[in-house]
Design a binder for this molecule. Structure first.
Ligand code: NAD
Length: 466
């Protein structure tokens, strides 16, 4: 253990020393009690959570409640209700070769886990994984993002209120603290953040061979096909793109619209955006961009696009960290808008004639975290789904698959490794241990020495199994 921070290393050592005791005593009742304590502290702090999100991100109360507060309570409630079934060992049938043994798969806590969270849903992305982690019977150190300090401080206070530091502890800080944590031999690392930092986390995990769950991001495309209900598509794309000012890992990043419906769709979309965010960047319904440098990056993306020939279709203004909805047409692969995850309220619009062009473009890029398709033609939707890959596919909707706790939530390769939410979250924090018990295994009949009788038996087995 050579973390540059002795205080963090000591905290980790205490937690790790408790692994054995937790295996013995952290059963169903204790885990449910831990989840109840977490739910209770979240409920008692609802107003404080809304205030912290307002301070950090200028987030409207509706979005704070829907995205952070309720998502955590949903995750906790779902885990609490299903926990008994999830924890139950699953018996498996013997195979021909193992006839005479009983076998089961037993979910076991991984041990001491590290949860690193980003800033865009500061509460849900720290405490949601924590709920899965506790449900699976582990201890955890949580590191929230330094970019949302009010939320981070509140998370630390809430956790200190309801858990002993050898079960759950919060380490606040930035890259330096994250690196000090990553130097320690955690049993599992659950990271949510950018693909770039995901690579650093995986490289650090390689040193100790800690298992990892990486919840990353990328450029999630949305397709509006010739058979789309244009009003429905405009409603959902406005919601999906501008909720949290587009700062969601699964926000539609760029839009492909069929040339035959492009003009009609853009008219409906502009109207829908105006109805939701009439005041442009000053709209009280729009979340702020997290920091001045993040807002400057968005301005630079637009400026780069315009300088290289992109055309603005809607520019609802920018004032500091308040950035209104933007639509841009004519983006080309050499523009930063086409290369970087946008993570803001800017939507490039690309017209297409043949779906093959779109599928080729999607498959040429990193595998997205989400792919959205608007079309009433089932065959077309199925074709796009079959010929592409992504963490998830949303048909005639955006974002809400995130809240479906019976679906795994995760990416593929650059958009993520492993999955979270519901039972997938429980499994991420569990080791599926194989347990096999000898009842009347006949295998000793073929143990050495390999006499002619044993060889005849092996011959017989070969004929049955081979
Ligand atoms: P980020 O990768 O910059 O930071 C995430 C966390 O990593 C923070 O806690 C940060 O302090 C820490 N960190 C930063 N540098 C580090 C380093 N060198 N070593 C170790 N840790 C380090 O991400 P962000 O800007 O906070 O969040 C935005 C990104 O997260 C986007 O790419 C988005 O798509 C992604 N995201 C993914 C999901 C998901 O569930 N898949 C959810 C939200 C956000």
């Amino acid at each position: 253990m050579d973390s540059p921070r002795p205080d963090i290393a000591a905290l980790f050592a205490t937690m790790k020393a408790g692994n054995d005791a937790r295996r013995r005593r952290f059963g169903l009742a204790e885990r449910r009690a831990a989840l109840d304590r977490l739910a209770d502290v979240v409920r008692r702090n609802e107003a404080a959570i809304v205030a912290a999100l307002q301070a950090d991100l200028g987030r409207p109360e509706a979005e704070a409640v829907l995205m952070d507060y309720l998502n955590i309570l949903q995750e906790i409630g779902h885990a609490r209700r299903r926990l008994r079934a999830w924890m139950k060992p699953r018996r498996v049938w013997p195979t021909l070769a193992t006839f005479g043994a009983s076998a089961r798969i037993e979910p076991q806590p991984r041990g001491t886990c590290l949860i690193i969270a980003p800033w865009n849903l500061p509460f849900h992305l720290a405490l949601g994984p924590l709920a899965s982690c506790l449900a699976a019977g582990n201890a955890a150190i949580v590191k929230p993002s330094e970019l949302t300090p009010a939320s981070s401080t509140l998370i630390a206070r809430m956790i200190a209120e309801c858990f002993p530091p050898d079960l759950v502890a919060v380490v606040e800080g930035d890259k330096a603290e994250a690196e000090a944590l990553l130097a320690l031999p955690f049993d599992h690392i659950f990271f949510t953040g950018s693909p770039a930092v995901g690579r650093i986390v995986m490289a650090a995990a390689a040193k100790t061979l800690a298992s990892v769950t990486l919840e990353l991001g990328g450029k999630s495309p949305v397709i509006v096909g010739p058979g789309a209900n244009l009003k429905q598509a405009a409603d959902w794309i406005t919601f999906g793109k501008f909720l949290n000012a587009g700062q969601n890992c699964i926000s539609p990043d760029h839009l492909y619209v069929h040339a035959s419906v492009k003009d009609a769709f853009l008219e409906v979309l502009r109207e829908r955006i105006a109805r939701a965010y009439g005041g442009g960047e000053a709209s009280p319904h729009l979340t702020r961009i997290v920091s001045p440098s993040h807002a400057a990056r968005l301005s630079a993306l637009i400026a780069d696009g315009l300088a290289k020939g992109a055309v603005p279709l809607l520019a609802a203004g920018q004032s500091g960290q308040a950035v209104g909805p933007h639509l841009v047409e004519g983006t080309t692969p050499d523009m930063r808008l086409s290369q970087e995850e946008i993570f803001g309220p800017i939507l490039p619009v690309l017209a297409y004639d043949r779906i093959d062009e779109v599928i080729e473009a999607i498959n040429a890029q990193d595998k997205p975290l989400a792919l959205y398709i608007f079309d009433r033609d089932h065959t077309r939707v199925e074709e796009i789904t079959r010929r592409t890959t992504s963490g998830a596919v949303g048909v005639n909707l955006t974002l809400v698959h995130y809240t479906h706790l019976n679906l795994p939530f995760g990416g593929v390769n650059t958009s993520g490794i492993g999955a979270a939410h519901g039972q997938a979250g429980f499994r991420a924090f569990s080791h599926e241990r194989a347990v096999m018990r000898n009842r009347f295994l006949l295998l000793p009949l073929i143990f050495p020495p390999y006499s002619p009788r044993v060889m005849r038996l092996i011959d017989l087995i070969k004929r049955v199994l081979g």
